[in-house]
Ligand binder design. Structure first.
Ligand code: P5A
Length: 467
């Protein structure tokens, strides 16, 4: 799987009924029923986290050209990626309308109208929408799409820079919780100047290491400073009656998160879904013979009800096919816990439970403790997925002091940590020499030399092959 990860990933999306990429527009796919459920549960987690401190809104998908064009640096970053609506029926539109590649230029003109005084601050809004980017790099389902179907974008405005910096930390906390719920490990870094979001003062990013060693950026958090505030004239009157520009931040995660869940946890048999996002947390597989069929099915229904009462998502696979086939299908689809029930189990008042993450079978009693026991298995399964994924990450980050070793390590599937002085020209030089991307800086350091110059090192940085 590691060798052919891209192929494995491509196949599993179709085999497990996640997406169908045969839709006749490149970079756009159909969410299939099973994938749609995973998407829904994933979305609900981030919604719950954001709802604590943000309000959800919904802005129009079209942005007037005049607004999109206002913020020079921002528009330059996106100019080759914008889809344009230029006609209404057969008539040319007076003003071209952009399909939002992201929503800063849709939202901030409205912030300018809504924000009047310090009482209106902070403002913290988010929306979950589709955005469009005419990506020129190789498109891949969920990973690099041209219609990002599930763009969860948050936009805040504050009275002071300190508050905006605190907001960045809050977002980091929210995303950590989000990825923890998905049992996804992450590397957090501050992107280099040349790779920050167009228009941002600085960008913090979450990256994951996929099984083939390439990293995938699964979330970004940007401190926008006052750049957009100045462009869109977003001001407020402070307590002393002085008019000031706001400080802004924004943060976003996309469909890529689901790609990381699939890629990081999957194995040669298929998906291994984290219980929190699995469409079914428990799949009951009846083993049916002519004799006793009704009794087994009745018991399965009873178990389902018992588990649903305890708050679990449960399905019964009562298709008229061999149990072995059902078994393989649910291995492929990654249900965290399967329960088998045949006539002999019924006689013994037990069910055979099997965790998808580690595959061992255990017998559990069909009594009042059933739900507790199943929940215990689900929790163990979450913990195990998480521990295995973090272990993989730890084992795949290596430090080197030798620039000539970077390539060898990256090609062997590692993300490389190195000491860097932080100088832009030297950073770009490192990228050019090695052919890989500097993800960013992780922490400040006070000792050692830069890997590529005589300067003292200032940061521990990461470099990798990226998606
Ligand atoms: C933050 C939200 C923004 O657009 N504006 C509002 C800011 N940031 S971003 O880095 O450009 O995108 C946020 C995250 O979206 C994912 N992403 C994509 N996913 C799938 N296909 C794409 N074409 C794509 N482009 C960006 C990344 O995970 C990114 O961090």
């Amino acid at each position: 799987m590691v060798e052919n990860f891209d192929e494995w990933f491509h196949d599993i999306l179709e085999n497990a009924d996640i997406t169908d990429s045969r839709y006749p527009i490149k970079g756009m796919a159909v969410w299939m029923p099973y994938g749609f459920q995973i998407r829904k549960h994933t979305m609900n987690i981030i919604k719950r986290l954001l709802d604590k401190d943000h309000d959800e809104v919904l802005f129009p998908m079209l942005v007037p050209e005049s607004e999109l064009a206002k913020e020079g640096i921002h528009v330059k970053g996106f100019e080759d990626e914008v889809y344009w609506v230029t006609k209404g029926g057969s008539r040319d539109l007076n003003e071209h309308l952009a399909l939002r590649p992201t929503s800063e230029t849709a939202i901030y003109p409205m912030y300018s109208l809504w924000i009047r005084t310090h009482i209106d601050l902070p403002i913290k809004l988010y929306q979950i929408v589709n955005t469009f980017r005419y990506e020129t790099k190789h498109t891949r389902p969920l990973i690099r799409v041209r219609e990002i179907t599930t763009f969860k974008e948050a936009h805040t405005a504050h009275a002071t820079k300190e508050e905006s910096d605190e907001q960045i930390q809050d977002f980091i906390g929210i995303y950590k919780e989000f990825f923890d719920d998905l049992q996804i490990p992450y590397l957090i870094s501050k992107r280099p100047e040349w790779d920050k979001f167009p228009g941002a003062d600085y960008t913090m990013a979450f990256d994951v290491i996929m099984p083939n060693g390439k990293t995938l950026q699964i979330g970004t958090i940007h401190n926008l400073g006052q750049t957009f505030a100045k462009t869109f004239d977003i001001t407020f009157e402070d307590k002393d009656g002085e008019h000031k520009y706001v400080y802004q931040t924004c943060a976003g995660v996309s469909d890529r998160v689901i790609a990381s869940v699939i890629g990081i946890h999957g194995d040669e048999k298929g998906l291994r879904l984290p219980p929190k996002v699995s469409p079914n947390q428990v799949t009951i597989i009846p083993i049916l013979f002519k004799k006793g069929k009704e009794e087994v099915l009745a018991k399965c229904a009873e178990i389902k009800e018992q588990l649903e009462t305890a708050g679990l998502r449960v399905n019964i696979d009562d298709r008229d096919i061999r149990p072995g086939k059902k078994f393989n299908d649910w291995e492929l689809k990654g249900t965290p816990v399967k329960l088998e029930l045949g006539p002999r189990d019924l006689e013994n008042n037990i069910t055979v439970a099997m965790r998808r993450d580690e595959g061992e079978k255990i017998e559990i009693a069909l009594d009042d403790s059933l739900a507790d026991n199943v929940i215990d298995l689900l929790n163990k399964s979450s913990e195990n997925l998480s521990a295995a994924a973090w272990k993989f990450q730890e084992e795949h980050v290596k430090f080197t002091e030798d620039i000539n070793e970077i390539s060898e390590l990256v090609e062997a599937g590692y993300v490389v940590r190195f000491r860097w002085c932080g100088d832009e020209a030297i950073g770009k030089d490192i990228e050019e020499k090695t052919g890989y991307d500097i993800l960013g800086i992780q922490e400040e350091i006070a000792e050692g030399k830069c890997i590529a110059s005589d300067n003292d090192a200032k940061y521990m940085a990461l470099i990798a092959k990226t998606y």
